[in-house]
Design a protein around this ligand. Structure first.
Ligand code: ZN
Length: 271
């Protein structure tokens, strides 16, 4: 255990990337048979499959304003295996929208978030934090994940994760905010469907927006859509949109299921 974390943890290393595994005990069992199941409310939702969700291993790439809350949502929904990836450390400017506590200043985001998220896991499980960047950090995964969520500020990482997911035939949901932080876009790349480049053919891998504006409402808005898309895909429920754009002021609300783009390099190589 470490100072500030009540859960057992172990640190291992892979190349230059430090990997922290945190064991989450989950919530205590019901004390009376008449108590409703922890997940009874979400299980009542159409298409929800708690068993599939609990069997999933989901990787969250980016532990900032988007990844922080998406990881908490998955832990609360009952996912037992989470891996969080981020190469950076927390600084003061992160606090207004990221899951950062006062003692986290200067700590690797992936490790601090793994400790925090472990406390949110309703089921017993493991949260792994890899303090490294993609694609290298993805190579350290011990198993093929069930799906990935991406909340990063640069296209290079988005494209790297999309390629990783495509090569392995696993779904990935990408959450993105506009530069002014008021408009959000979420898209789902899944087996047999359009890839990230089909959907956004002009993504420039050299473009980064580390100083883009954002606030908690922006982060929650897009995190909800991305988590919903990915978990619906993993649970195999009714068809859901694979692309949506939305805004805080309601002026943009578009939704759809785009097709594979005929001239995209991904054509024909879907696993
Ligand atoms: Zn494509």
């Amino acid at each position: 255990m470490s100072i500030g974390s009540p859960f057992p943890e172990s640190l291992r290393r892979g190349q230059d990337h430090a990997i922290l595994d945190v064991s989450a005990p989950g919530f205590p069992p019901a004390t009376h048979p008449a108590e409703p199941d922890l997940f009874s409310r979400q299980q009542a939702m159409p298409g929800h499959d708690q068993t599939r969700l609990e069997a999933a291993h989901i990787v969250v790439v980016g532990c900032g304003g988007l990844g922080s809350w998406m990881a908490v949502a998955l832990a609360r929904m009952g996912v037992r295996r989470l891996t969080l990836i981020n190469p950076d450390v927390f600084d003061r400017s992160n606090a207004p929208r990221q899951y950062m506590l006062p003692n986290d200043l200067g700590a690797p985001k992936a490790h601090a978030l793994a400790r925090h998220v472990a406390g949110h896991m309703l089921n017993a499980g493991t949260v792994t934090g890899i303090a490294g960047g993609v694609p290298d950090a993805l190579d350290l995964l011990r198993e093929r994940p069930s799906g990935l969520l991406v909340g990063v500020d640069n296209n290079q990482a988005r494209l790297a994760v999309a390629q990783y997911a495509r090569d392995r035939g696993v779904p990935v949901a990408v959450a993105m905010l506009s530069a002014d932080g008021r408009r959000a876009q979420a898209l789902l790349q899944q087996r047999g469907g359009p890839c990230l480049s089909c959907l956004l053919p002009n993504l420039d891998p050299d473009q980064a927006a580390p100083c883009a504006a954002a606030s908690m409402p922006s982060c929650l808005l897009i995190g909800a859509h991305a988590v919903s898309m990915l978990t619906a895909c993993i649970m195999g429920g009714p068809n859901t949109p694979t692309w949506r754009e939305t805004s805080l002021d309601g002026s943009t609300e578009r939704v759809g299921a785009p097709a594979v783009r005929p001239d995209c390099p991904c054509q024909g190589d879907q696993p």
